[in-house]
Design a binder for this molecule. Structure first.
Ligand SMILES: C[S@@+](CC[C@H](N)C(=O)[O-])C[C@H]1O[C@@H](n2cnc3c(N)ncnc32)[C@H](O)[C@@H]1O
Length: 249
């Protein structure tokens, strides 16, 4: 990331995004849990509960495998593993992936293959058609340069009948929560994130990217445009985050 610019410009070119995440990678987990008060753990549980329901209804005999797109430091990939789901994480920021790979060394065995990690873009997923039973994207899609292409690529690598679960930040619609959340997002979050990471621009980018991301029905329309059916969203923590789900028919 060059200087302070990315926060203001919302530069989503892959080089800018991977550069920014590589820079904040060493402090990413700490700041993430601090700023979300660890509620992100509960949000990930909701996404995994959805996938477990999908898994229980699945009739195919091939093993259930999930691709965790924009896996970052692996928190969602590891949550899948801990729930007995084999997962492959992909991300464009090697600094984030290095931390995820390091975490594998501390995971207790549970009979599920350890998470695998690959440096790759959601715009060009290095797997054949219908390789995976489902896909997750946790707080990643907001950063994609070309969401339409990425969603089509994800659709391609999921098997027929497979599912997608997307967790993404939103802004509460409640009249009381909305202004309070706006103060948190635009002032408190960049101040704390900037102080700890020394990269205030990355946390200004976070606030701006949440503001600009299409939410609720608007993002559901993008999932439908990529081919997904049964598209829905559920508001989490009063709409601070949303869980979007869909199915490849
Ligand atoms: C906010 S982090 C989320 C990481 C993780 N999923 C989590 O829940 O903590 C967003 C991640 O998206 C990745 N990313 C952005 N654009 C990407 C793309 N086109 N393909 C793959 N990963 C991408 C970034 O490198 C970053 O690691």
């Amino acid at each position: 990331m060059s200087g302070e610019g990315i926060g203001e410009r919302l530069d989503k070119r892959e080089g800018a995004i991977s550069g920014m995440f590589n820079e904040i990678a060493p402090k990413y987990d700490f700041i993430n849990h601090l700023l979300s008060l660890n509620i992100d753990v509960l949000w990930r549980k909701r996404a995994i509960a959805f996938l477990k329901r999908c898994k229980s209804k699945r009739t195919r005999v091939a093993p259930f495998k999930v691709i965790d797109i924009a896996c970052g430091t692996g928190d969602s990939t590891i949550a899948l593993y801990k729930n007995g789901i084999a997962a492959t994480g992909i991300d464009i920021a090697q600094g984030m992936l290095d931390i995820a790979i390091e975490k594998n060394g501390k995971l207790p065995g549970n009979g599920t293959p350890l998470p695998e990690y690959i440096n790759a873009s959601a715009e060009n997923i290095p797997f054949g058609d219908e390789t995976f039973s489902a896909a997750t994207i946790c707080f990643g899609i907001r950063n994609f340069d070309n969401r339409g292409n990425c969603l089509k690529e994800i659709y391609r690598v999921i098997e027929k009948g497979g599912n997608i679960a997307v967790l993404e930040f939103a802004e509460p619609r409640n009249k009381i929560m909305k202004p309070l959340y706006s103060i948190y997002l635009n002032h408190i979050l960049p101040a704390i994130g900037g102080m700890v990471s020394k990269k205030r621009s990355a946390y200004k980018y976070l606030a701006l990217s949440i503001e600009k991301f299409p939410k609720y029905g608007d993002f559901c329309s993008e999932l439908s445009a990529a081919g997904f059916k049964e598209v829905k969203y559920r508001a989490l923590t009063g709409g601070v985050a949303l869980l979007y789900t869909g199915k490849k028919s």
